[in-house]
Design a protein around this ligand. Structure first.
Ligand SMILES: [Zn+2]
Length: 397
């Protein structure tokens, strides 16, 4: 079979598989469609990327939102369709599927899982890669931050890709140490919570000047752009996205840039439980927990933590977070790991109660205001409950 015949057969078969998957109620069909495409043509991703302007977004926190924002900017700029994943599918099958759907779109903005980034960096031939941040994620899923940083350091050696990074993140600085072009956005020496030691040689990093420096030579580089150190995680991501858009030719006006940064919230959704409004943060890893905790204003707080599949079975990360923002508040823990959370908080002198379900926890509070922080599957359960798909949100097993 010729090169293009194989690819078009693969895309056709992928399209049929995707449609079938949707029809059978097995989700959006992206993953199945992509798997079929790659089974028939293993080089499909590289072929589908030819002659396109591709940006990749990766990092621990905020990939999906940043990808969406960047695609939106490029769509407005180009006045035409931009290929991007709607659902946050960020592994090779999902990427193959989204590239196959509109092969004539000039721009593609691709969210990529950290572990697959070296492979996608080779296959997609991107113009720009945005690296948002590297911090500890669910341990079993992404591995240690150090491992990812090392993997990237070995992989990123081409001269024809420009990286946009948070210059205050030592893991990212090490990751791009061999890369040709790097745009560094500084948030003025914001100290990285997981970087006590050097990503390159494991010696203790010197942060005494506000910046970091290691005896092996790794240290803060001069920034290309300076941004406000008070920006939250999502706002820092928005600032990186704006730089990436500029590199792709989409200059956005200063007031639009400010608006995008100001309006970048963390993942918060207001659930209504038995008539009570409960703004709930989705927090998937220590960094997003820290962010969520710094946003807790209410005196009544629900913490819901599960340890199913994607959450990570290992919840030792609970011990890496400072919960002092909750001192003096009424806190109720729920979810499968409610006892682990309650014990962790008690060590820090925070009184807690436990409840069998999210609804039970909310019922124990007076009217308002109430705030909640939920781990991934706990949050998904609440969304499902809202859509009427289940009635067991937060229920423990
Ligand atoms: Zn070092």
């Amino acid at each position: 079979m010729t090169r293009s015949l194989r690819l078009s057969a693969a895309c056709k078969a992928g399209e049929i598989a995707g449609r079938l998957s949707v029809k059978l109620g097995r989700g959006r069909g992206e993953t199945l469609s992509g798997r079929v495409i790659l089974a028939i043509d293993p080089n499909a991703i590289a072929k589908l990327s030819e002659n396109r302007d591709i940006v990749i977004v990766s990092g621990t926190n905020g990939k999906t939102t940043s990808t969406k924002n960047l695609a939106e900017i490029l769509r407005n700029f180009a006045g035409e369709g931009v290929s991007t994943s709607q659902s946050g599918a960020n592994m090779p099958a999902g990427i193959a599927s989204l590239l196959a759907q509109k092969p004539r779109n000039r721009f593609a903005v691709i969210e990529c899982d950290e572990m697959y980034l070296p492979d996608m960096y080779q296959k997609l031939s991107p113009k720009v890669i945005v690296l948002l941040n590297l911090s500890r994620d669910q341990l079993h899923r992404t591995g240690e931050v150090r491992k990812v940083s090392n993997l990237w350091n070995q992989a990123f050696t081409k001269d024809d890709v420009t990286f946009v990074i948070d210059r205050d993140d030592p893991f990212l600085e090490f990751a791009v140490a061999n890369a040709g072009h790097v745009i560094r956005v500084s948030f003025n020496g914001r100290r990285h919570p997981d970087a006590a030691t050097c990503p390159s040689c494991a010696a203790i990093l010197d942060w005494s000047t506000g910046d970091y420096l290691c005896k092996c030579g790794l240290g803060s580089k001069l920034p290309d752009i300076r941004a406000d150190r008070r920006l939250s995680g999502p706002q820092r991501n928005a600032a990186l996205v704006i730089e990436a858009a500029r590199l792709m030719g989409a200059e956005i006006l200063a007031n639009e840039a400010t608006k995008l940064i100001d309006e970048s919230p963390d993942r918060i959704h207001e659930f209504v439980i038995s008539g009570k409004k409960v703004p709930t943060h989705l927090a998937k890893n220590p960094e997003s927990w820290r962010q969520a905790l710094s946003d807790v204003k209410a005196d009544q707080v629900v913490l819901s933590v599960n340890a199913r599949g994607i959450d990570g079975r290992d919840t030792s990360w609970l011990w890496d977070i400072d919960y002092s923002a909750l001192l003096g508040k009424k806190v109720i823990c729920t979810g499968e790991r409610r006892l682990d959370v309650a014990y962790r908080l008690s060590v820090q002198g925070i009184d807690t109660e436990v409840a069998g379900s999210f609804q039970e926890a909310v019922a124990a509070f007076i009217e308002a205001p109430i705030q909640a922080i939920a781990s991934y599957t706990a949050y998904q359960d609440l969304l499902a409950l809202e859509l009427g798909l289940t009635t067991g949100a937060g229920e423990s097993k």
